[in-house]
Design a protein around this ligand. Sequence first.
Ligand code: NAG
Ligand code: NAG
Ligand code: NAG
Ligand code: NAG
Ligand code: NAG
Ligand code: NAG
Length: 501
Amino acid sequence: DGCGHLVTYQDSGTMTSKNYPGTYPNHTVCEKTITVPKGKRLILRLGDLDIESQTCASDYLLFTSSSDQYGPYCGSMTVPKELLLNTSEVTVRFESGSHISGRGFLLTYASSDHPDLITCLERASHYLKTEYSKFCPAGCRDVAGDISGNMVDGYRDTSLLCKAAIHAGIIADELGGQISVLQRKGISRYEGILANGVLSRDGSLSDKRFLFTSNGCSRSLSLEPDGQIRASSSWQSVNESGDQVHWSPGQARLQDQGPSWASGDSSNNHKSREWLEIDLGEKKKITGIRTTGSTQSNFNFYVKSFVMNFKNNNSKWKTYKGIVNNEEKVFQGNSNFRDPVQNNFIPPIVARYVRVVPQTWHQRIALKVELIGCQITQGNDSLVWRKTSQSTSVSTKKEDETITRPVPSEETSTGINITTVAIPLVLLVVLVFAGMGIFAAFRKKKKKGSPYGSAEAQKTDCWKQIKYPFARHQSAEFTISYDNEKEMTQKLDLITSDMAG
Ligand SMILES: *[C@@H]1O[C@H](CO)[C@@H](O)[C@H](O)[C@H]1NC(C)=O
Ligand SMILES: *[C@@H]1O[C@H](CO)[C@@H](O)[C@H](O)[C@H]1NC(C)=O
Ligand SMILES: *[C@@H]1O[C@H](CO)[C@@H](O)[C@H](O)[C@H]1NC(C)=O
Ligand SMILES: *[C@@H]1O[C@H](CO)[C@@H](O)[C@H](O)[C@H]1NC(C)=O
Ligand SMILES: *[C@@H]1O[C@H](CO)[C@@H](O)[C@H](O)[C@H]1NC(C)=O
Ligand SMILES: *[C@@H]1O[C@H](CO)[C@@H](O)[C@H](O)[C@H]1NC(C)=O
C-alpha cells in the first residue's frame, strides 16, 4: 500500500502518496477508487506532483474513469491543475519503482457542486482579491504546512487557507466546506494558539492578513456569577500561610483571575467521571468552548482531553457525537496549565445545560471555561435552528447542508450599507486628525516626547477604522466585475512557482 493520507467524505476528500511531503517509498502501488454522489461530476485538483521519473515507466500517477484516462503523469511534464470528469467515479493509481527523491502527489477532489474547490496547499497569498469564497475539501488538517495567527485577530497571509479555516472553527476537518475570506492589512505580530487540534504559530509582521466571515454566532456566552456552575467535586488546598484555598466550580470562568476549578479526586480513575456543569439559564446555541488549566504556575494541572454532555430542562443527558462515525467526540484539550485552547462544535450544541467531562488530564483535573455562541431567538432562522438542534444528537445528510451552506450574506449587506456611512465617517476622521494635529503640536511645545507614544497608538487605531470600511466598499463593487479566469491563472502560476521552489 503506497497510499498516504486519505480522508473522504460524501462529496470531497484529500489523498496523498505515502510519506508526503517526504520521499515516497521504493516499489509501491497505491490504488484507490474515489466517488462523489451519482449524477454529479468529479473535479480533481492536483496540489502537488513531484515524481522523479521522466518516462513514467515505473513511477507515475494515472486516473482512469469509465470513459477516459488521464495520464500517466510524472517528472517535469505539464500537468493540468484541475480535471473536470464527466463521471462520478475515478480510479487513482500511483506506482513507484526504484528512485532517490520525489514528494509524490497531493490530490483533492470534490463534486461539480463545488467548482471553487481548492487544495489543502493554497495560501491566502495566492489570491489578490479582498473578498472571496472557496471550497475546502475534507481532510486538510493533517497536511504539512504552517499557519500563524488566530480567529480573532486574523491569520498571516502565508498561512494555509483550509487548515486555518479548521483552526478557526469555520469548517470541520472530516467534512470540509465553504469558506469566505476577507483580506486585510497585516499586523505586526500574530499570536498562535491551539484550536480544533491545529496549532497555529506566532508570526511576525506581514503585509496582509486574512479573516473568515462567520455566521456571527461567536460571542462569549457570559457566565453570570453564582449558581450557574456546578461540579462533581472540588478541591481545597492549603497555601504557604496556612490558609485554605478553594478551587470551587464558581472559579471556572475563564475571564476571572485566581485559581480555577479543580476536582477533589486526583487519581486517574476513569470510572468515577468528574464533570463541570454550566447552566446557561435558557436554551442557547453553543458553537465553541475555550478552556485553560489551573492558570497557577505552582499547580501544573490541566485537562488533556474531554467530551461534552448536554441537556435541556427535563431531558436526559446526551453526549456530543461526531458526524462521520456517530461516536462520542473526544476534544483535544490543554497541553499546559496556562494557555487557552479552543474547540468548536460543528454542528453546534443547542442546549441549556452543558457538562465538560474530562477524559485524560495532567496530575489533577483543573479547568476554566468560556462558552462561545449566541441566543437562539436571534433573527428569523427558525428552520436552520431546528435542523441544527436535531443534529447535535443524530447525524443525517441534511444537517451537513446546514453547515456547509455558504455563509450568510450579512457581510455583503453591511458592505453596501457602509457606502452611506463612509462619507460622514471621512468627515469625522478628518476632524479627528485635525484635532490630533493641533493636540500633538500643543503637546510638543509643552513637553518633549513622553506621552507621544499613546497619541501615536491612537492615530494608528483611527487609521484602522478608516481603512476597513473603504476596503469593504471597494470590494463590494469589485465583486460585480468578478473575473474568475484571471484570478485562476494568476493563482496557478503562483502554485506552479511554489512547486518549482
Ligand atoms: C465523457 O467524455 C468522453 C470524451 O472525453 C466521451 O467519449 C464520453 O462519451 C463522455 N461520457 C459521457 C457519459 O458523457
Ligand atoms: C530506493 O532504492 C535505492 C537503491 O536500492 C536507494 O538508493 C534509494 O535510497 C531508495 N529510495 C528510497 C526512497 O528509499
Ligand atoms: C493564602 O490565602 C489567603 C486567603 O486566600 C491569602 O490572604 C494569602 O495572601 C495567601 N497567602 C499566600 C502566601 O499566598
Ligand atoms: C426551562 O426552565 C426555565 C426556568 O426554570 C423556563 O424559564 C424555561 O421556559 C424552560 N424551558 C423549556 C423549554 O421548558
Ligand atoms: C420567519 O420567516 C418565515 C418565512 O421565511 C415567516 O413565515 C415567519 O412569519 C417569520 N417569522 C418571524 C417571527 O418573523
Ligand atoms: C441599510 O441599513 C438600513 C437600516 O440601518 C436599512 O433600512 C437599509 O435597507 C439598508 N440598506 C441596504 C442597501 O442594505
